[in-house]
Design a protein around this ligand. Sequence first.
Ligand code: 7TS
Length: 404
Amino acid sequence: MFDVQKIREDFPILKRTINGKPLVYFDNAATSQTPQVVIDTIIDYYSNYNANIHRGVHTLSQEATDAYETARIKIQHHFNAKHSHEIILTSGTTHGINIVATGFTGFLSTGDEVIVSALEHHSNIVPWQMLCERTGAILKVIPMNEDGELLMDRYDSLLSDRTKLVFVNHISNALGTINPIKEIIDKAHAAGAAVLIDGAQSCPHIKPDMQALDVDFYVVSAHKLCGPTGVGMLYGKEKWLNQLPPYQGGGEMIDQVTFEKTTYAGLPHKFEAGTPNICGGIAFGAALDYMNAIGFDSIAAYEHELLEYGTSKLLEIEGLKIYGTAANKTSVISFNLENIHPYDVGTIVDKLGIAVRTGHHCAQPIMDFYKIPGTIRASFSFYNTKEEIDMLVDAIKKAQMMLG
Ligand code: 7TS
């Protein structure tokens, strides 16, 4: 039984008021809120065992190391990776993508091709463009239709023996489209290409299985799934992580250092130079425990209810158009009011206590496709309610009256 009122008690921030109104937090695709157990994990770390890891014989260092490595194993199990050393702790999705995009520099040459989708966040476009500039590889784009779905027959025709890499998000942050990633991965592999999936938007809603997907790289940010900012995961198949060069040089990523030659540490340390976000990694593990205790099937089912309710309620507003009407989508609704700039609507609804994101959502190519400057985006989480959606609908109507 999914008891949303009980779940809401886990999130202290949901008791806040904004401009004298109860907070309605509908910017979950940007970052999720943090439950008390995760906050307590952070307080416990700094209060009781704050120390640097992998280097001290003293008790605090050993406790911190154990907690950090236990979190890595939790992350491994959650994503069903074969080995814990295939889990690289990063500062987030952007960092994970840059490790791979930089690492591929030596593997590509002029005329090689890499494939991206029309539905990407800038962080899954720009690092690859930089890779293409360094190597002379060519960037190809899987186009989308008006509903915000990828044209898979066009993907088929882009794949060839020149294709070396495919990078696509699991779920679009701007439209909520759930992409057919298993098909994308299998077809890329048949063409001999490796695949990176950007899971920044899927990780709060879905529990992806690395081995079942047979994906080469999968990246997420903990702050999207009730964890803290500044920490995330790069999953990479062992064979790829062994081949890729380190991204940064420094302490903890070495085996032996002399002025003549340095040899690198094994996985995962080769990719974790310097002091990591120790507390963040431990809290990432606590966030996964929290979400798994609720259960991803229950979360997805409840969020789907919110999506259907929100979609039908918003569509009752005259002059409101939803962007992103894919058959398979998650709880993100991007929309505009006729002849009204999204930013103006965002400002008015904030006065009424409601947090939505307005703008291009770091996905300018999607906005260009629809020939709009941006959208208003309401993204729902499992701690949101239908009553909150009603408040959003009322606020949008008010904004329309004031601005129309
Ligand atoms: N990829 C996708 C699909 C995203 O949605 C985001 C962040 C990122 C990558 C980057 O993640 P980061 O944690 O490294 O910053 N998306 C959003 C958003 O939709 N609104 O704010 C951030």
